[in-house]
Design a protein. Structure first.
Length: 127
């Protein structure tokens, strides 16, 4: 039995792979997308979008940035929490992201303990 489904949206393949390995080892199902557009497509074609509990999203990506994708994710899938994973988050941008409904902001490089704690908090209903 899965702990829950997580969409990982990041243009860096190594980051997606690291996040996927950490989360799958902890029992989560992981869907990957290389940018915001691919993330939107992944959600739209999913077998049950309500099974998606968390979206981990980078901010700087080609085609559709995280800042463009996050409002879509929040409006179309309000049941799924959004966690930002980025190397560049200023205090001002963090304010905007929290107003957009982002549940947590994590910094790159990824920290396994911090990532697992943020995702567990989402699935435990503490977002």
């Amino acid at each position: 039995m899965s702990e829950g489904r997580v969409l990982v949206v990041d243009d860096e393949a190594d980051v997606r792979k690291s996040v996927r390995l950490i989360l799958t080892k902890a029992g989560y199902d992981v869907v990957e997308a290389e940018d915001g557009e691919a993330g939107v497509r992944a959600i739209k074609r999913g077998d049950n979008p309500f099974a998606l509990g968390a979206i981990i999203c980078d901010l700087r990506m080609p085609n559709m940035t995280g800042m463009e994708a996050i409002p879509y994710f929040r409006s179309q899938f309000p049941h799924a929490s959004v966690i930002v994973l980025s190397g560049e988050v200023t205090a001002e941008r963090a304010k905007v992201l929290h107003k957009e409904g982002v549940s947590d902001i994590l910094s790159k490089p990824i920290n396994q303990v911090t990532l697992l704690a943020a995702v567990k908090k989402v699935f435990d209903g503490e977002r």
